[in-house]
Structures are given as structure tokens and as C-alpha cells.
Design a protein around this ligand. Structure first.
Ligand code: FAD
Ligand code: NAI
Length: 490
């Protein structure tokens, strides 16, 4: 008789997609386990749940963004309110400690949620062993020890890792991916960034606010190409022209090396990073104290033994799934960054819920048209639905309403009236097709647009909803009115 532990659902990977799948499966009455490797172990060697998001992604980056934003405001915005301060100083060690405490609090919290929901945590590296009757046998390896578990259903939620460029060795000291970039122990005088995507702009903003001179080298000719063009233009004005984030578009890297810092005196670092690149038909050199490489992420499937069991993957290494995250193998599902779609924690969590509900025989569903994107720069950028270029390309007839925060009393009172809300609605049906925000608190404001789109609302529906006064949400209300050319305050 088999002595192996057996579960209804075993999830491989304890990031947001995986831990949510396990918790929801347990809530639905199934026995559930989650295998998490020691990729993020605490100082005692205990496995940390929460994946990239909690350990080296969303949460630590937002903690640093908040600290650096307050520092920036103390130096540049307090005086508007009549507040004067003596010299403002930043203790980077204290800022990092605060960040780490938040991470610890949240990762410990997931352990608590597992306990509460009776999800078994299996610490180790998970891989497929074989199909055994109508069960899957999985191996869990840790420190030379391999144990085997059996599962009726397997959910692959192994997430993603930073993409590295050929011939550029990330040491997470001088040349960093997201892991090292969140852990600087001092503000680099000169920071280089390769890639002006979400990480480049968020982490570039953190260190610029703290005093680094930041140069971002971006291969593409367009800035924030995935955003609505009006938003990308406004973001360029704000981040690059006003704040001085040095972004060079159309820059092609030829070499990156850590070299001796010949001019380094006293405490100055012994090494610097030297980047050679082509820009505007010229060969250029950038020397900096730290370099962040943020050129996208790749799915984690190595070591899963996926090939041996025939798990289908696409040519970019993502596990192939259908709309309900079913793979080609019976009772094997995959969710989160390891499958197609935006690499966002909330998208993975929704997929985790959907898969658990589908396994339980319910009608799990994710509306991929209503997944919000948020970039936590200042001003924040957030959107849901289609951009103007997508609407044009699809030949969809649309009308637009755009209202600036400058016309809003709350934004003026907060001393932060930059940016606008831009809304698109179908020219004939009036259904909301996309909402794009750049401005203070865009991350929170976008939720209203997501709800509206999820419920199939029209711009008229939003225009007829009473919004509190004075709030930033009134700008959303006015943008809905503006779709019908009848804004009241603009
Ligand atoms: P992951 O979070 O990557 O988790 C996968 C887990 O699986 C990991 O814990 C890993 O150790 C484990 N694992 C892998 N292979 C195995 C194996 N074989 N056996 C056992 N365990 C295994 N998204 C947002 O929505 N908002 C943000 O603000 C945001 N900010 C970000 C900032 C940064 C700097 C970065 C890097 C990412 C950010 N993201 C953000 C993206 C977000 O972190 C990811 O989309 C999310 O973490 C994906 O969740 P996941 O569960 O699919 O994978
Ligand atoms: P990204 O895909 O957002 O941006 C990568 C950028 O690097 C692109 O602009 C690309 O053109 C550029 N690039 C690629 N190769 C290059 C090269 N050789 N030289 C110069 N530029 C090059 O990827 P990023 O910033 O690494 O973030 C990864 C993912 O993590 C994001 O796509 C997002 O899914 C997630 N994330 C989400 C956040 C949020 O929701 N607020 C915050 C941070 C990350």
C-alpha cells in the first residue's frame, strides 16, 4: 500500500497565483497542498511564501516608492503648504529595514492563511515524476531528500524570473536585476537602467528621488509603447522633462563591463559599470555606479521535468493553456506568470481562483478584458481596456472624454493636480471600452473603471452615478460626461 501523501490539489509554486489557488481549493472542500522551493528563505532557512510579488516584486518596490516619494515631497512639496523643514535626510538602512519588515509581515501572513484554510505547505523543489493511474506523482526535493506526493489535480504556478541579456552577468552588486535593485544599501550617485518598462520606471524613480542621476537606455523608439499615446506623452513630459529621469530611446547596448573606478577616492566604490551603446548613430559610453537590467521576465519551467511528462510549452517557454488555464495534460493546470497574458499578480490570483473553482466543478472564469495595469511612478499611471491605437487598429467607432485633474478641487487641495482621465466609449452602444489615467492616486481610481467595465457599463451609466465631493473620483465622473460632450466642471 502506498504511504505517499495524497491530495485533491497540489500547487507547485507559492506566489500569488499559487497560494491563492491552494487557498481557494481548500475553501471549496478539497485537500490542498502547495510546494514552494527555498528560493525565498528567511534567515532561519524557512521557506517564504508569496513568490516574486511579496519577496522581490510588488510589495518591496511599493514600500521603497512610498519612502522615496515622502522624501521627495519633504524636499520639494512641503513648502507649498507653508511647511519648512531643516535639511531633509534619508537613512537608506532604515528605509530598507521598513521594507523588509513589511515583506516579513506579509509572507508570515500567508503561512497563517495556509494554517487557517488547512493548506499543507511542502517545502522543496517540485517536479513531475509520473502519471500513476488517475493520479499524478510529484517529487519534492530539498537538501538531497526527495519525497513523493500524489495529486488528483496539479496546478503549475512556478512564476517568472528576470530576463538577463547575453554576455551581461548579473552579480546583484554592480549589475542588478530586480532582486539586487531593491536592496541597494546606499543611493548610487549615477544609476544606469537598461529598459524603460515598468521596473525601469518604478525603480529608476525610487533612486532618482533619493538623489541618483538616472540614465535609462531603452531599445525601442517609443516611450511606454503599451500605454495609450496621450498617457505616454504626458508621462514623458512629467517623468523625463520635469523630473529629469534621463531616458534615451532607440539605444542599442554593445557591451557592459564592471571596471576599476580609476577616479574613486576615499569611500568611493572600487568598481563602476561601463556601458557602451549606439544611440542616434553615435557610439556612446555611460559610466555608472550601479546598473539595473530590467528587460522583461521569463517563465520558470526549468527543473519541472515537464518534457518527460509531455507538458506542452510555446516557443517562448510559457506553459500552453486554454482560456480556463487547462494544459494539454489531464488534470494539470497552469496559472500566473508561467502562462500567457500580462505578468501581474492580480491576473495570476484571478486565475488561481478560476482554476480551483473549475476543479470543483464550478464555472470559474477570468475576464481578461478587464485586468487593470498600474505603474507606480509619480504621477501614477493606470489603465483598463483598450488604448486609442488599439481601437483605431480594430476599426472600432469610439468617442473620447478627457478631463484634467487641474479642474478638480480635491487635486488642487492636495497640491498635486497634474495629469488627466481619458475615457473611450463605443460611438454607437456607449459601452466603456477603455479608461486611462495619469495622476495622483490613479492606482485607486482605476478600480471604478474596472467595476464599470466588468459590469458592462456605458459612459452614461457612470455619468449618472453620484460621486462624492470633493474627491478625485469626480474626474472620472466628468470624463464620462465628457464622452457625451457635457462635462459640468470643464
Ligand atoms: P511568482 O510570484 O514568481 O511565484 C512563483 C513561486 O514559485 C516562487 O515563489 C518560486 O520560488 C516558486 N517555484 C518556482 N519553481 C518551483 C518549483 N519547481 N518548485 C517549487 N516552487 C517553485 N505585479 C503587479 O500586479 N503589481 C505590481 O506592482 C508589481 N510589481 C512588481 C515589481 C517588480 C520589481 C517585479 C519583479 C514584479 C512585479 N509585479 C507586479 C509582477 C508580479 O510580481 C508577478 O506577476 C507575480 O508575482 C506572479 O505571480 P506567480 O504566482 O505567477 O509567480
Ligand atoms: P517590461 O516588459 O515592462 O519592460 C522591458 C523594457 O525593456 C521594454 O521597454 C523593452 O523594450 C526594453 N528592452 C528589452 N530588451 C532591451 C535591450 N536589450 N536594451 C534596451 N531595452 C530593452 O519589463 P520589466 O520592466 O523588466 O518588468 C517585467 C514585468 O514585471 C512587467 O512587464 C510587469 O508585468 C511586471 N511588473 C509590474 C509592475 C506593476 O504592475 N506596477 C511593476 C514592475 C514589474
Amino acid at each position: 500500500m502506498s504511504t505517499e501523501q495524497q491530495f485533491d490539489v497540489v500547487v507547485i509554486g507559492g506566489g500569488p497565483a499559487g497560494y491563492i489557488a491552494a487557498i481557494r481549493a481548500a475553501q471549496l472542500g478539497m485537500s490542498a497542498a502547495c510546494i514552494e522551493s527555498a528560493a525565498y528563505a528567511d534567515p532561519k532557512g524557512d521557506v517564504r511564501l508569496g513568490g516574486t510579488c511579496l519577496n522581490v516584486g510588488c510589495i518591496p518596490s511599493k514600500a521603497l516608492l512610498q519612502s522615496s516619494e515622502l522624501y521627495d515631497q519633504a524636499g520639494h512639496a512641503f513648502h507649498m503648504h507653508g511647511i519648512t523643514t531643516d535639511k531633509v535626510a534619508m537613512d537608506v538602512g532604515a528605509m530598507q529595514l521598513r521594507k523588509q519588515n513589511i515583506v516579513s509581515q506579509l509572507t508570515t501572513g500567508i503561512r497563517g492563511l495556509f494554517k487557517k484554510n488547512k493548506v499543507t505547505l511542502l517545502a522543496g523543489h517540485g517536479s513531475f515524476a509520473q502519471r500513476q493511474g488517475d493520479l499524478w506523482a510529484l517529487d519534492v526535493s530539498r537538501d538531497e531528500t526527495v519525497s513523493r506526493v500524489l495529486a488528483k489535480h496539479v496546478v503549475v504556478a512556478t512564476g517568472s524570473s528576470a530576463r538577463h541579456l547575453p554576455d551581461i552577468e548579473v552579480d546583484n552588486q554592480f549589475i542588478c536585476d530586480n532582486v539586487g535593485a531593491l536592496d541597494f544599501d546606499a543611493v548610487p550617485a549615477r544609476l544606469g537602467v537598461i529598459g524603460s518598462g515598468v521596473i525601469g520606471l518604478e525603480l529608476g524613480s525610487v533612486w532618482r528621488r533619493l538623489g541618483a542621476q538616472v540614465t535609462v537606455l531603452e531599445a525601442m523608439p517609443d516611450f511606454l509603447a503599451a500605454c495609450d499615446p496621450a498617457i505616454a506623452k504626458e508621462a514623458w513630459k512629467s517623468l523625463v522633462q520635469k523630473q529629469g529621469l534621463g531616458v534615451k530611446l532607440g539605444a542599442h547596448i554593445s557591451s557592459v563591463q564592471v571596471v576599476a573606478n580609476k577616479s574613486g577616492k576615499g569611500k568611493a566604490a572600487s568598481s563602476i559599470v561601463r556601458i557602451e551603446y549606439e544611440h542616434a548613430d553615435e557610439h556612446q559610453v555611460l559610466e555608472c555606479d550601479r546598473l539595473i537590467v530590467s528587460v522583461g521576465r521569463v517563465p520558470n519551467t526549468i527543473g519541472l521535468n515537464a518534457g518527460a511528462v509531455g507538458l506542452a510549452m510555446n516557443d517562448r517557454g510559457f506553459v500552453e493553456v486554454d482560456d480556463h488555464c487547462r494544459t494539454n495534460l489531464e488534470n494539470v493546470w497552469a496559472v500566473g506568470d508561467v502562462v500567457r497574458g500580462p505578468m501581474l499578480a492580480h491576473k495570476g490570483m484571478e486565475e488561481g481562483v478560476m482554476v480551483a473553482e473549475c476543479i470543483a466543478g464550478q464555472a470559474g472564469h477570468v475576464n481578461y478584458q478587464a485586468i487593470p495595469w498600474i505603474i507606480y511612478t509619480h504621477p501614477e499611471i493606470a489603465w483598463v481596456g483598450q488604448t486609442e491605437q488599439q481601437l483605431k487598429a480594430a476599426g472600432t467607432p469610439y468617442k473620447a472624454g478627457q478631463i484634467p485633474f487641474l479642474a478638480n478641487g480635491r487635486a488642487l487641495g492636495q497640491g498635486d493636480p497634474q495629469g488627466f482621465v481619458r475615457m473611450y466609449a463605443h460611438a454607437e452602444t456607449d459601452a466603456i471600452l477603455g479608461v486611462h489615467i495619469i495622476g495622483n492616486n490613479a492606482s485607486e481610481l482605476i478600480a471604478e473603471a474596472v467595476v464599470a467595465m466588468e459590469l458592462g457599463a456605458s459612459s452614461e451609466d457612470l455619468a449618472r452615478i453620484c460621486h462624492g465631493h470633493p474627491t478625485l473620483s469626480e474626474v472620472m465622473h466628468e470624463a464620462a460626461l465628457a464622452c457625451d460632450k457635457r462635462p459640468l466642471h470643464f
